[in-house]
Ligand binder design. Sequence first.
Ligand code: BGC
Length: 379
Amino acid sequence: MPNAIRIVLVLSLCCVILACQKPKEKVVMLDQQTFGTLPDGKSALIFTLTNHHGMQVRITNYGAAVVSVLAPDAHGAFDDVVLGYDSLSGYVNDKSYLGVIVGRYGNRIGKGKFTLDGSEYQATVNDGENHLHGGAHGFHKVLWDAESSQTDSTQSVKLTHKSPDGDEGYPGNISIEATYTLTDKNELIVEYRGTTDKITILNPTHHSYFNLTGSPTNTILDHQLQIESDSITPVDNGLITTGVLTAVEKTPMDFRELIAIGAHINDASEQLTFGKGYDHNWVLRNQNGKVRKAAVVVEPTSGRVMTVFTDQPGLQFYSGNFLDGSIVGKKNIAYKHRTGICLEAQRYPDSPNKPQFPSVTLKPGEVYRQTTIYQFSTR
Ligand code: BGC
């Protein structure tokens, strides 16, 4: 056989072999950098989790905050869909809980008072006359220990923190773990685990403000929302739950079907007046402690969809009513009224004082657990 033909045959064979080989999956490495230095001289870290579809989540161990979430729109263009700050100092000075884990108790406790086993406790009063989101120096203002890991289809950051007995008025030395995992299903999973050495209360939650347009210069009023819920826990004018459940039917709180957030936000309603918009806890249909769908958010222009799953019995939907343009966030954008929404999985507000609500009590030997998932897709 002439040499030229032999070479052509060998080359063709090589091409066939190469074409038949399964392309090797690209390994994406989890990245870790220094985010900045805190006033006490300690360094905060920032982790970048990336999945095989190019979705990317950045997390800092200061406040266990999600700094950015790059999610694709219906045409495959990636944009950042959470509010946050470009630098660590933004998180140090923040008063609006952007992206953080709040706790020990997410949401409000009336006058900050609660009783456990006959002893009365006073948690920090930091919201009018009430306690909100763990107090002045809660989980959102501490540097968590961090450890990252990855598998073929997930990247995770496990954050751990020890809160001492008496911290912000809460009893018991507690250990808390919050693990963020980005999966190849475009899910951001938040898993919590907590233990105590003395009877206490624990109800942490995640506080990202989402704006699925990818540009927080837009309001969230055209985002459509559906919540798997038939009732809310109404509040008084200090946003403390009254202790009853009221049906959403025939009220602006009805999100049983997908509807624009802005459709009824300005309706004449005592609850909307008290909340200055939506700032209420929806009682989820799923009360059995299994992870189930809780809510869906659809942003019609970009086609982005976020589905929230949780094992918690309640979901606080907050429509960013207190944002007023005074916070200047990433890319120098001022966060104006209603430019972000929070969907906070939790037990019900003021539950330590409402024995009829699901309990938030944690005793020595017990383990607090929560799983909440924010899944991104398009339509
Ligand atoms: C609460 C709001 C509060 C906001 C603070 C939300 O979770 O429901 O009432 O103002 O957090 O950023």
